[in-house]
Design a binder for this molecule. Sequence first.
Ligand code: MLT
Length: 269
Amino acid sequence: MTGNTPLNTVDLRVGGGLPLVLLHGFPLDLRMWATCAAALAPGIRAIGVDLPGAGHSDLDPGAAPALEHSAERVHDTLRGLGVGNAIVVGLSMGGYVALALADLYPGFVAGLGLVDTKSTADGTEALANRHRIAGTVERDQTVDAVLGMPAALLSARSLAERRTLVPTLEAWIRAQSPAGVAWVQRAMAARPDRTAVLEKYEAPVAVVVGVEDKLAPLDQAEHMAAAATRGGGDVTLTAVPDAGHMAPVEDPAAVAGALSLLHERVCAA
Ligand code: MLT
């Protein structure tokens, strides 16, 4: 425990026993998990966490941008709530933080859910893009530079048929702070390749990916599943049809099904 300010958490699903901890993607907050949490199997407790700089969680002014800091604060916050260990589930950036948690606090992470995410680090172009966006957001003091993201996050079917999703995602993005968005971009840019963490991880892992995810595509999901399998663990890979990078929002029932099964596997292990 480091004395960090606790992060904002919400019990998105009331239940008992080993909780699922749900970590959101960028540039969003814990609200993105609400519908999926409601669709979990009965009795599973799900705790949503606003990561540092997002939603109602403050940035620590002294903290250099690093997802290890985010992982440390998630760990300390949950320990402060009396949670000794948990199944940690992350979407995209949340998955990067989940892997950092498994790296730093392996005994805390009783199971891993990796949704629309990847274990690899950024290439040169992505790094330059992140630093450019961080600079723009800070200079303009608005999140306009990331407001165009929703269309790229969703599948063709979501865009055509789930017409409320784009405005909902835009409203969530508008609610974020420019300082938080810039810090998180730099923190993601600094993350290492954590494939080796999966190769050592022995508890159950569920990898979930929207078939039309363009940001963390199926080959990245297969790469993580193969690494976790080399670790000797019990690994599943679920590809969700007609979903893009926001599978828990686009098809909450399919993702909740995979996560409920992960909970069952961890509890049975
Ligand atoms: C996310 O959804 O969290 C982002 O796509 C992560 C990233 O920018 O790598």
